[in-house]
Write a protein that binds this ligand. Structure first.
Ligand code: SAH
Length: 500
């Protein structure tokens, strides 16, 4: 029988970039993942799809899964022979009951490892511009729990803390905030000592509150601060505004809907993340290649007889060349053919296949492509158009007007999907979502179809080019167009509009 194994892993405070390399490598191999309430959604997305996920952080009428029960689950799954990951927020040994979870495993001779994580006690202040220490202000920092063990009493040695003069970081302290602040003042802390709270530290919904020991409790009430949050006390809190690198990111606090097919979501979502935005991935279209595509397969038997082949998207390029490869046809199959494409992505996809385009129009649309080709075409040259089933007839119309001989093969179809559309509708309705990105006319179509008759006037769409913008205009969506047809340029445009 396969021997089970448990890795007790710290998932960090929320930002997916703060997961350690070792944790990510182990997570990728997980067969069972047992996780907590504090593990962020961004990290949960990294769990392999086939792994069994067990949420032990779910509070059922305020009764979380009991510690003994969690220990039992870990043991059970390990004994069944699985590679088990116990994923915990922050660091597993910093108020994480990591030790308790290991005891039963050790008793039963289960192999285990512990992977430290970045603790919220340091990372949350850091993301709020508060360094744990600074030579000018303190020479130590202390992490203290603000939560008593069940049945016990919270006993914080306030006098000792006052003597240490270090930075104090309280975890699990929001419900005893008043007790903590009063205790500090009674022990001799000046009521004007700087103090701060960082809620949802390192996440896109992070909030921070900078006050003093005397005013923190009232201000936290006013702002309805909730757990998870860390409380920081000490002179270093004064530095927050000068070092506030995270919340000053250009798109911090902005929710952006990204509407690409699943496989293509990654790049744009990553770039938005780097700028601090909260991305909502909404793959409202799906591209599928057409099966039993006889007209395409026939064309592939005599490709060298065409003068030109035209591609209108990266999807077309990929399907075309993947098919050639499956038939053991190589570059020589199109050795004498000139190649034209619309759009930078299409051009790039061709370059990846070792082909530099002979022609791309200045304006990225079918009509300009066709008109350009019409001028370049030699006598008796025939054209092969490779596009999608829902593509417009712009190219065909120009060719017909100019008596150009052509074959047209559709390589893929675009399907519209509307998974999670209720969640998106609600965000629009509440006014929480202001921006949506469109990287093709079909994403506009997919989005509009999935939204039904909801009013989308509060949204601004960032469109990758004129064709996409035209589609947005057709549906009365407010839009701006990126200066160049690239993801980078779209993000620049979004930053520009979001500044207002
Ligand atoms: N092992 C965790 C701490 C677990 S105790 C760690 O090392 O971070 C739970 C407490 O951690 C919460 O009550 C809160 O005080 C703090 N916490 C965890 N994640 C946080 C976050 N993203 N932002 C602010 N505080 C957080």
């Amino acid at each position: 029988m396969k021997k089970g194994f448990v890795a007790l892993i710290g998932a960090g405070p929320g930002d997916k970039g703060l997961l350690t390399v070792k944790a990510a490598e182990m997570l990728a191999k997980a067969e069972v993942v047992v996780y907590d309430r504090l593990v962020s959604d961004d990290i949960l997305k990294l769990i392999p799809p086939n792994a069994q996920k067990i949420n032990v952080g779910k509070e059922n009428k305020h009764h979380p899964v009991k510690q003994e029960e969690i220990n039992e689950i870990l043991l059970q799954k390990a004994l069944e022979g699985y590679f088990v990951i116990r994923l915990k927020g922050g660091d597993p040994f910093v108020f994480g009951r990591g030790g308790e979870e290991l005891e039963l495993l050790i008793e039963n001779n289960v192999q285990y490892e512990v992977v430290p994580g970045i603790t919220s006690a340091i990372a949350a202040p850091c993301y709020a511009g508060i360094p744990a220490t600074h030579r000018d202000y303190c020479s130590s920092f202390h992490i203290i729990t603000g939560h008593a063990k069940a049945g016990g009493e919270l006993a914080i040695p306030f006098r000792a803390l006052a003597e240490l003069k270090g930075t104090l970081v309280f975890l699990m302290g929001i419900s005893s905030l008043q007790y903590i602040m009063d205790g500090l003042m009674e022990a001799g802390f000046n009521k004007n000592t700087p103090a701060a709270i960082v809620e949802n530290g390192t996440r896109q919904n992070q909030r921070k509150l900078i006050a003093t020991v005397g005013t923190l409790e009232q201000q936290a009430k006013d702002k309805q601060i909730k757990s998870p949050a860390v409380i920081v006390v000490g002179e270093v809190c004064k530095l927050s505004n000068s070092f506030d690198w995270f919340m000053n990111k250009p798109l911090f606090g902005k929710k952006v809907l990204v509407t690409r097919p699943k496989a293509a979501l990654g790049t744009i979502a990553q770039k938005l993340y780097e700028q601090g935005a909260e991305t909502i991935e909404y793959p409202c279209i799906e591209v599928i290649s057409i099966q039993n595509n006889e007209s395409f397969y026939n064309a592939c038997k005599h490709l060298n007889e065409y003068g030109w082949i035209l591609f209108t998207s990266k999807n077309g390029v990929d399907i075309f060349f993947d098919y050639l490869k499956s038939k053991r046809l190589d570059a020589r199959a199109i050795a004498n053919v000139k190649i034209a494409a619309v759009g930078r992505q299409t051009e790039k996809a061709l370059e990846e296949r070792g082909i530099f385009c002979d022609f791309t129009p200045e304006i990225f649309d079918g009509e300009h492509l066709a008109k350009g080709i019409a001028k370049l075409l030699k006598k008796n040259e025939k054209v092969l158009i490779c596009d999608g089933l829902k593509a417009s007839d712009d190219i065909v119309n120009v060719f017909n007007e100019n008596n150009i001989e052509f074959d047209r093969v559709h390589l893929y179809d675009t399907l519209y999907t509307s998974e999670n559309n209720e969640m998106v509708k609600e965000l629009i309705y509440k006014g929480e979502l202001k921006y949506v990105t469109f990287t093709s006319a079909s994403t506009v179509e997919g989005f509009v179809k999935s939204m039904g008759d909801i009013d989308t006037h509060s949204l601004t769409a960032i469109c990758i080019g004129n064709q996409t913008a035209k589609a947005a205009k057709r549906y009365n969506i407010n839009y701006v167009v990126s200066d160049e047809a690239t993801i980078e340029s779209m993000i620049d445009k979004l930053v520009e509009v979001s500044k207002g």
